[in-house]
Design a protein around this ligand. Structure first.
Ligand code: TYD
Length: 202
């Protein structure tokens, strides 16, 4: 099973992915829960992380780099994990490209670049208002990445709406919930949704 977490920077996807991984690990069914993320830890992913803070190349290269990283991530991590029978949880996947890279290339072009990548079994979209995302980013106190401003996040949120509609019209299963409140409350909402969708291992 392949599950992806999506949402704006600061929406809590990384925390929720870890909480879900722990809950699934406790079930021990299947025994392997693989946590992964994009940008990946591979060579292209590492280059992207650098670019997101240093901007040694224009943003116009990002759609291509993210696509190359995704291909590598699929081949190196996601597909082998699925082939072993693991539950694969990824912090971001192609919906992030549709939303974030549509600021540098029309979404239809980003869609073509990502066209032959397999859809996840479910995408968990965590909704948090931009102002609250910015509060959380501020509290983290890390170096700001290029997308972490009010203007950019507002534009990206609108692009996420279009991207979600596009992928839903293709049959992707998208589970959407509010990411406001205590992390454990949000986690419980996610488990409830997965149970309701028949995606909780039994
Ligand atoms: P993020 O999940 O925020 O990583 P971290 O918490 O470790 O900083 O991802 C980094 C940024 O990359 C984030 O702003 C979203 C962006 N991104 C894209 O622009 N396109 C993509 O396809 C992906 C996967 C991420």
């Amino acid at each position: 099973m392949f599950i992806v977490f999506e949402g704006l920077d600061g929406s809590g996807g990384t925390t929720q992915l870890r909480l879900l991984a722990s809950a699934l690990q406790r079930l021990n069914h299947p025994p392997e829960v693989l946590m992964t993320a994009e940008p990946s830890g591979g060579p292209v992913g590492r280059m992207i992380r650098e670019l997101l803070v240093q901007q040694t190349m224009g943003e116009a290269v990002l759609p291509y780099l993210f696509t190359a990283d995704r291909r590598d991530h699929l081949d190196r991590t996601i597909l082998p994990g699925l082939a072993r029978g693991a539950v694969v949880l990824s912090d971001r996947y192609l919906l992030s490209s549709l939303a974030y890279q549509s600021t540098s290339l029309p979404m239809e072009r980003v869609d073509v670049l990502n066209g032959d990548f397999p859809p996840p079994d479910a995408t968990i979209m965590i909704d948090v208002p931009v102002a609250e995302c910015l509060n959380r980013i501020e509290k983290r106190g890390q170096v700001r990445e290029i997308f972490e401003t009010r203007e950019r996040l507002t534009t990206i949120l609108a692009a996420y709406e279009r991207a979600l509609a596009l992928r839903q019209s293709r049959g992707d299963r998208i589970l959407r919930l509010s990411g406001m409140g205590d992390p454990l409350e949000v986690h419980n909402r996610i488990v409830e949704l997965l149970v309701a969708e028949g995606l909780w291992p039994s």
